[in-house]
Write a protein that binds this ligand. Structure first.
Ligand code: PAF
Length: 295
């Protein structure tokens, strides 16, 4: 397949190298200089890619958009000028809330979302490390996207395992719940994920989990407070030595994805008239930290 990958960060580069090794013709749409990507894990891989060709974009059989949630609108608007309306577009990023703007910018394209637990670390513009083998789940966001189950097989062939979900929104909410607990707490307290297992965080984690559960249930999702809390603690345990992405964003004084993680939860809570004070307080603390380094 002819595939364009928009965004050559850690996840975009990971997909680009594996899909290319799987025999696909990969073209990058990128602001960076990454026309050569080196991927390290068990073996060293270095692959060169064509980039930023409107013709290649227009001919793409599928497009992956692997940029941060707050760049999705800008990137889709750029892609929309060249994309064929039949070309499926697969979003992949932390957080939720980009589906509506994708539907507005690309009203005719099949739209999908891929959520992945693969660990990938960007070491430089053209160098990533596949730090942890994970799994990917893909599902459709609109009716035509829901008919693109074959894309899960395409990914599975190159970077297994990848499964298809008929209810990608539930999977996205479950991932959002984990991110709502781990990311802001580890960023505000400047700690690694594993430190959340300390007893002093158990009360706030319970409050966050309860609020998340209430909003998920109101949004029509199956949810259980104990499961939300246990899932978050399990991920904190499994990634104990890692810093969360929000911790790193604040550490390096970059814009975080809080508006698409805790901010999304708060916006859904407001729609349903549900109070979420623990989440609101963390959102405010992250915004204050971001504003302090923007000055
Ligand atoms: O955003 C992150 O850092 C990750 O999604 C997760 C799962 C919280 C692990 O650090």
């Amino acid at each position: 397949m002819r595939i364009t990958i928009a965004g050559s960060g850690a996840i975009g580069s990971l997909f680009a190298t594996y899909l290319s090794e799987g025999g696909h013709d990969i073209h990058l749409w990128t602001r960076g200089n990454a026309t050569q990507i080196q991927r390290k894990r068990d073996e060293n891989t270095q692959i060169g890619f064509a980039s930023n060709s409107p013709d290649r974009l227009a001919e793409s059989d599928a497009v992956f958009v692997a940029v941060k949630a707050f760049h999705v609108e800008e990137v889709l608007t750029e892609l929309a000028q060249y994309l064929h309306p039949d070309s499926p577009v697969i979003l992949t990023h932390n957080g939720m809330g980009t589906d509506e703007l994708a539907a507005r910018i690309l009203p005719n394209n099949p739209l999908l979302f891929a959520t992945t637990t693969h660990g990938s670390l960007r070491l430089s513009d053209s160098h990533i490390r596949h730090t942890g083998k994970g799994q990917t789940l893909v599902g459709g966001l609109n009716d035509s996207g829901k008919r693109c189950e074959f894309l899960a097989e395409v990914i599975h062939h190159s970077l297994p395992p990848c499964t298809w979900s008929d209810n990608v929104y539930l999977a996205l909410w479950q991932k959002l719940a984990i991110n709502c607990v781990i990311n802001p707490l580890t960023a505000v307290h400047k700690i690694k994920n594993g430190e959340l297992l300390n007893k002093k965080f158990s009360e706030v984690i319970s409050s966050l989990s309860e609020e998340i559960t209430n909003v998920m249930l109101a949004d029509g999702m199956d949810s259980d407070c104990d499961i939300i809390r246990q899932n978050a603690l399990q991920v904190a345990k499994d990634t104990a030595e890692n810093y969360s992405s929000m911790n790193r964003d604040l550490h390096f004084k970059r814009r975080s994805e809080v508006d698409f993680i805790t901010g999304y939860l708060i916006s859904r809570a407001n729609i349903h008239g549900i109070d979420v004070p623990a989440n609101l307080s963390l959102w405010q603390q992250i915004k204050n930290l971001e504003q302090s380094y923007e000055k």
